[in-house]
Design a protein around this ligand. Sequence first.
Ligand code: MGP
Length: 213
Amino acid sequence: MAALDVQKMEMPEEMTEEKLASLPPELLIKHPLQNSWTLWYYENDKSRSWEQNQVEIITVTSVEDFWSTYNYIETASNLKHGTDYSLFKQGIKPMWEDQRNRSGGRWLISLDRGDKQRRERLDVYWLDVMLLMIGEGFGDAGETVCGAVVNIRNKGDKIAIWTGDAKKAEEVIRIGQRLKEVLNINPKITIGYQAHSDTMVKSGSIAKNRYTV
Ligand code: MGP
């Protein structure tokens, strides 16, 4: 299926219920997404386990649902430190333990803590990553995409795309290249892909890279 141009389908802000009701029915058909996507929110409540702190917010099945959700919820840059948003294909939990993540890994983009444009960059990157996924912008390699996570952290925010099989080198690399291209990351900057099995046992904050682009 061709990539959807989801960006052009944003609902005009001045649209009211009244105006909607007067539109011809053929204009009211929602544009289905190839995959349904579930949004999760994580907040660090120390009285609960890490898994219990992952809360499922909503599953979107159309372009319009995605934009209504996006326009309604807080932007990533307005979240408090220690929180995450995750957007995963419906049925996949945003956890290493999920069957479809277990053998996979993530392309990790670490954002500079001292970046004066932190808010803008974080929000633009996160939105671009979500649009790339729901618009199926990875071609055939998109099948291996499980979801994406944004971590809001004092020490520096992170955005990652998770894929399901760290051994599928060709697909993993294609996803990394496309990610860099869409986010317009300077070609001189390299980003790394780490297997979850390495991240789970890392000492310190860095797991070894299986691939870089
Ligand atoms: P984090 O939230 O991914 O990154 O992992 P943070 O907070 O920047 O920390 P750092 O270690 O990368 O510097 C923080 C901790 O959350 C991990 O050490 C785990 O204890 C827990 N955690 C994170 N993830 C993604 C998982 C997961 O998928 N499953 C489980 N069980 N715990 C996880």
